[in-house]
Design a protein around this ligand. Structure first.
Ligand code: ADP
Ligand code: MG
Length: 609
């Protein structure tokens, strides 16, 4: 009886805890949504104060934003300089107009033509975007421009369908969308919808993966993020948004010719995002609004618009590189306490990180890798056992980091084998290592400076999410569950490494030593079987090194095998079970700390005894 009461009490407590977290989640969601709802209310109030002229401007804003909201994920989140996006607007405009006019097949109702245009836009979005997988920045930018030229030329040349230079009538929408304000409401509605979609992506693990690939590509790969899949998903979305915007644009223009799609328009979309700020949604939205109004209030300057954009762009780059979003980010201006201490609580690990099954050993045999004439590693044998800490030491340039890079797949060894339990670990393919249970940190911490500490740690668990991109896009329950799980685990791990107080601070405001602990928390998100640490104690104070030692021991006690590259001899000899000493890529000595400590060559060459 007493037990039953106790357990029902527990149930009630657990239920109220879940309820509390859900209520908290709702409040957070509402706080995030508030500025957008505010904008929507303003947009809905515009008809009360504006005339038809303002209906036109407002409609144009909404249409541009439909395109920019998708493009923002490509430019602002993934960091790819797609400057020729007017091409997809053109494509959507012509697809919709031609379908509605019935130039190639029987006429299609406009509300069916728009989704078809979206599909066409999505396909071409990927085609235009694919070069981004290989080309960096400038070259990709040029390829998008090239595509824009091709589309315009086709529109000009394919007279029987597009009307060539004479043009074609834009689609007409049925009542109640056939009045100025009716059409305005339709466009605002679609804009609200694409805002919602892009915000869902941005706030999901996919949005975090995008900025991780942008700002810390190597670290993103190490957490198992696949860059091609991510990019293809957002190119589909951005292409669809742009094409829908094109259909609406054609209707607003009532008649389109290739001249309507100027390079200025492409620049406007792009600069709206730069003014708005990377990785923000509200910023680029305000940027779009400002850039749409600017030519209207400065009508005499219309001829100068390209020049004005150029000046504006220079100003942003020089004066406010973070754009509008940085201006609105009041939280990041609040000072942080300067006397912060990192006090990890390794004991809490047990409840958070899944115990490694401990049935695998990582074995390297005869691994060799040269860079030109430099033999970075030359016939290396190494075993990391589950639950053990294996120290890898040696002077600078002896091949320690290279060894970690071979294990984590960044370099393919020229000789030798790597096995995990009985399976061969394929060379290369760093993004597959996470699935093999291998996580790592970096000699120079690689974090996303513009994301919060919590988001950085959550990035580590990207592959643990279950929801598909589409589920994230539509904010379906499975995505919400992923987010709750990842956020709770990341917060708990921040507690373990002693940084929970900084969870909501931008990572670029932190000290070097704090970044090292963030990297460890991020690596632990994977519940790794093996953890590779590259000089985790570099730049830490004596106290911090002691705490780090406790933390590493606690992780290995969960069954995780640890490969520890370190210069601090004390740390190595205190906590390692096995030590391998490298020199010029070869093993100088290997054994227990007791054996290494008295090894003649090691002592004379390295420990300076
Ligand atoms: P450690 O981490 O032990 O200080 P590294 O593994 O970084 O040493 O480097 C081992 C050797 O390989 C050094 O001589 C280094 O200059 C060389 N090396 C490492 N990475 C590269 C690279 N990407 N290209 C050319 N040489 C490299
Ligand atoms: Mg190194």
């Amino acid at each position: 009886m007493a037990m039953a009461t106790a357990s029902s009490d527990q149930h009630r407590a657990a239920a109220s805890e879940t309820g509390r977290i859900e209520a908290h989640g709702w409040r957070v969601a509402l706080v995030h949504a508030a500025p957008f709802l505010g904008m929507l209310v303003l947009a809905l109030l515009l008809p009360l104060v504006g005339n038809d002229y303002w209906a036109l401007i407002g409609t144009r804003m909404a249409i541009y934003w439909v395109l920019v909201s998708g493009l923002n994920l490509v430019v602002g989140f993934a960091g790819h300089l797609a400057i020729g996006y007017v091409a997809l607007l053109t494509l959507g405009a012509y697809t919709t107009s031609v379908l509605v006019a019935g130039n190639v097949m029987p006429p299609v109702p406009v509300f069916a033509a728009l989704p078809i245009a979206a599909v066409v836009g999505a396909i071409f979005g990927v085609i235009v975007g694919l070069p981004a997988l290989r080309l960096r920045t400038f070259y990709f930018a040029m390829s998008t421009l090239g595509f824009a030229t091709i589309v315009t030329q086709i529109a000009l040349a394919w007279q029987s369908v597009t009307g060539g230079g004479v043009g074609i009538a834009g689609p007409e929408f049925p009542a109640p969308f056939n009045t100025a304000w009716g059409f305005y409401f339709l466009c605002v509605g679609i804009a609200a919808f694409t805002t919602w979609l892009s915000a869902n992506v941005a706030r999901s693990r996919f949005g975090r993966a995008l900025i991780a690939v942008r700002d810390a590509e190597v670290a993103a790969e190490a957490t198992g993020i696949s860059k091609p899949k991510m990019l293809i998903a957002i190119f589909l979305l951005a292409g669809a948004c742009a094409a829908v915007a094109g259909g609406l644009f054609a209707s607003l223009q009532t008649y389109i010719t290739p001249d309507a799609f100027t390079f200025d328009l492409s620049v406007l979309f792009f600069i709206a995002i730069l003014i708005g700020g990377r990785g923000s949604i509200m910023g680029p939205m305000l940027g779009t609004i400002i850039l749409t109004i600017l030519p209207e209030i400065a009508a005499p300057l219309a001829a100068w618009s390209t020049f004005l954009y150029a000046v504006l762009l220079l100003l942003i780059v020089l004066v406010m590189p973070g754009g509008i979003a940085a201006l609105l980010d009041f939280r990041s201006r609040r000072p942080l306490a300067s006397n912060r201490a990192i006090v990890p609580r390794p004991a809490a690990l047990a409840g958070i990180v899944r115990r490694s099954r401990g049935d695998k050993a990582l074995a390297l045999r005869g691994i060799a890798l040269s860079f030109g004439n430099v033999k970075a590693i030359d016939g290396l044998d190494l075993d990391v056992a589950p639950g053990q800490i294996h120290g890898l030491i040696g002077p600078n340039g002896s091949g320690k980091t290279t060894t970690l890079n071979v294990i984590s797949g960044y370099y393919a060894a020229k000789g030798g084998t790597m096995t995990l339990r009985a399976d061969a670990l394929p060379p290369g393919m760093p993004a597959l290592r996470a699935r093999h249970g291998i996580a790592r940190t970096f000699q120079t911490p690689r974090v996303v400076g513009e994301a919060t500490v919590l988001q950085n740690v959550m990035i580590g668990g990207t592959v643990e999410g279950r929801a598909s991109f589409v589920e994230a896009l539509l904010a379906l329950p499975r995505n919400a569950r992923d987010e709750r799980m990842l956020a709770a685990k990341a917060r708990a791990l921040l507690g373990v490494v002693g940084l929970e107080g900084l969870a909501d601070v931008r990572a670029d405001r932190l000290q070097h030593s704090e970044l090292r602990f963030i990297e460890i928390a991020r690596a632990l998100m994977l519940d790794p079987d093996f953890l590779l640490l590259d000089e985790p104690a570099a730049g830490l104070s004596g106290d911090e090194i002691d705490r780090l030692a406790e933390l590493i021991k606690a992780v290995s006690a969960r069954g995780t095998g640890i490969l520890l590259v370190e210069h601090h001899a004390d740390l190595i000899f205190d906590i390692c079970h096995q030590i391998t000493v490298l020199n010029l890529g070869r093993i100088l000595a290997a054994g227990t700390p007791g054996e290494i400590r008295v090894h003649k060559e090691v002592v004379s060459a390295y420990l300076g005894g």
